[in-house]
Design a protein around this ligand. Structure first.
Ligand code: BGC
Length: 613
């Protein structure tokens, strides 16, 4: 018999086993981690948060490998947090960024720090980012913004022409440079995520979002979109400097008049009734190109296809976009988009996520969202596999944008915002985007020494109108509220000293004013955005037409410059005008318009959309 097998020893072993069992049973009931924490041992949570040596922290590894390592360390709750995109004004407290482990924050258009300065923007975004990094695993935030024509929500930023104007240049390299400059102004404020470019193909000129598009031709939209993505996603220190977001998948530019459920909108967010083949050829094609270009985020539209909301369509989002087109990035829903799928929010969320939405632009109620998600995962209505897939896609994009590795933006880098080089670039784009719609007897270009010029019109001296929507405010502003050069100022700076130039917005010139050689009327649309701009008949206002008439009576030759987000119906009126220029919504650098008027550069802009006089 072996010594240890003495019967007395057996008795001891039994007691020991019973004791150990009891000990662990009690510990378990008391919840071991809490107990260990109480008696001074490192808690499980703290140990989990010691990640300095973790593989996901290692910048030498691939984004894919780092993502897998990070995912394996995350709790379900942390993954749920990553899928949430919250409007910053929806936060109850700053700490919620950390406590809910939010994956993303955004500034909706017009949502900004208390003081609209580049410094305050940087301070605000840094405060959110710092909070996010305080989470156990230190996962940084994506901060998203609609920098759709420059970082236009920030006072002092360079405001570039809207996409329709960019497209009129037909200069892809230039579009890439604009997007690159835009990303650099964003980065200076700590922002790495742009909700642009729009790859909507504008088929109906009555739509309020025509100017956000690269036009009505699928091929042009695809190429301009790819060029824009390249610029946003310029490689910097081995990372994408920022993430682009091709939007809105899919068909929002081709909805049926009167179909939106919002009675105030006529086209925007409505229903597309095209057959699948046409939808693919006309509207899906630009997204295919964007994916090939390396897009890592795609925004799902608020519209429907044959009565079904895009955000709830697993056929479009999963079967086509992810499986067939091979999109490995993440799909973000648009503003309240998921909750628009169904009247019951819980059902809507489950359907949206199962359809393929990865990040949800809630954009406000994140606490309720977490509860819904826990319920859905608990009930197996959303699978853990789907949760992991969505979190994986989001985290990979964060790694690829260098968010885990790159140093924070520094206040000293803020001077890039609205700097001379960017304004010079914007002016170049304006020059190349002006389209000559009519030019009887080669009136244009004018000589800089034209003796007597009369200038008039509601948009002549108005940075708000020449910039359009999504500038400081969602709906834009009327008047001179941002730094820049109006067209009037541009003209003044261009003409020779010998030129007599007189200006009156309404063309109410004194009777003593001599008849002019040339009158220049600068007129157009007042700013609008989204469905607010849907209108049955895009045209000039009665006020503008009256101004033009008055100016016509005082000038030998008349030039009309149209500031607009889409083609306007001016075919009748234009018969009596000598020259007409489509100037689009060209942003802060009006000098570029004057440059083309006076031949500093030739007119080279080409219509990106049909406009017949
Ligand atoms: C628009 C999107 C935009 C989002 C965030 C929505 O209303 O449809 O294009 O990116 O707001 O501002």
């Amino acid at each position: 018999m072996h010594q240890n097998e003495h019967p007395h020893h057996h008795k001891h072993t039994l007691w020991l086993l019973a004791g150990l069992f009891l000990f662990f049973f009690v510990l378990n009931v008391m919840h071991l981690p809490t107990f260990l924490e109480k008696i001074g041992f490192a808690s499980e949570k703290e140990a989990r948060c010691q990640t300095k040596e973790a593989a996901y922290r290692n910048a030498e590894l691939s984004a894919e490998a780092r993502t897998e390592d990070l995912l394996s360390r995350m709790t379900m709750r942390e993954k749920i947090g990553q899928l949430a995109l919250v409007e910053k004004n929806g936060l109850t407290t700053l700490d919620d960024v950390r406590d809910y482990g939010l994956g993303g924050l955004l500034s909706g258009s017009g949502s900004r720090p208390a003081q609209n300065t580049p410094q305050a923007w940087l301070g605000m975004v840094t405060a959110y980012q710092t909070k996010a990094k305080e989470t156990c695993l230190g996962i940084p935030l994506l901060y998203g913004i609609d920098a759709i024509h420059g970082h236009g929500g920030v006072q002092g930023a360079t405001v570039f022409p809207h996409a329709l104007g960019l497209s009129a240049t037909r200069d892809l390299a230039l579009i890439t440079r604009v997007a690159d400059a835009t990303a650099k102004e964003m980065l200076a404020t700590g922002i790495h995520w742009n909700f642009a470019p729009s790859l909507d193909v504008a088929k109906d000129m009555r739509w309020g979002r025509v100017y956000e598009t690269f036009g009505s031709d699928t091929q042009i939209v695809s190429e301009a979109g790819a060029a824009y993505i390249q610029g946003i996603q310029t490689i910097q220190d081995g990372y994408l400097q920022a993430l682009a977001t091709p939007k809105h998948f899919v068909g929002n530019g081709d909805t049926v008049w009167g179909s939106p459920s919002n009675p105030d909108y006529k086209l925007d967010q409505g229903d597309v009734t095209l057959d699948e083949e046409t939808l693919r050829r006309e509207h899906i094609a630009p997204f295919k190109k964007a994916i090939d270009e390396g897009a890592l985020v795609i925004m799902a539209g608020l519209n429907s296809w044959n009565g079904k909301k895009i955000s709830g369509s697993s056929y479009l989002l999963t079967d086509i976009l992810k499986d067939e087109l091979g999109f490995t990035g993440f799909v973000v829903s648009d503003w309240y988009g998921v909750y628009a799928i169904h009247d019951d929010q819980y059902t809507a969320l489950v359907q949206g996520i199962n359809a393929g939405i990865d990040m949800i632009m809630l954009p406000f109620e994140y606490k309720q969202y977490v509860a819904y998600m826990e319920r859905a995962l608990g009930a197996g209505e959303i699978s853990e596999t789907r949760l992991n897939d969505a979190a994986r896609r989001i985290l990979q994009a964060k790694f690829k944008a260098g968010l885990f590795d790159r140093p924070d933006a520094k206040p000293s880098e803020l001077s890039i915002i609205g700097n001379e080089a960017h304004r010079a670039l914007a002016r170049e784009v304006v020059q190349k985007s002006q389209v000559l719609l009519k030019n009887t007897d080669s009136l244009l270009p004018l000589s800089t020494s034209t003796t007597h010029l009369l200038v008039a019109g509601s948009a002549a001296d108005n940075l708000g109108r020449q910039s359009g929507g999504w500038t400081i405010e969602w709906q834009g502003t009327d008047g001179n509220n941002i730094p820049g050069t109006t067209i009037l100022e541009g003209i003044r700076q261009t003409v020779s000293k010998e030129t007599t130039l007189e200006f009156d917005a309404h063309a109410n010139f004194a009777t003593s004013t001599p008849h002019a050689d040339v009158g220049i009327a600068i007129v157009g649309e007042t700013p609008y955005a989204e469905g607010v701009g849907d209108t049955a008949h895009p045209a000039l206002s009665a006020e503008d037409l009256e101004t033009i008439q008055k100016l016509r009576a005082r000038s030998d030759k008349l030039i009309v410059i149209i500031i607009s987000g889409r083609p306007l119906d001016i075919s009748e009126e234009a018969q009596t005008w000598d020259a007409v220029v489509a100037s689009w919504l060209h942003g802060s650098e009006g000098k570029g318009v004057a440059d083309t008027l006076f031949g500093v550069v030739p007119f080279t802009g080409t219509l990106p959309i049909p406009w017949e006089l």
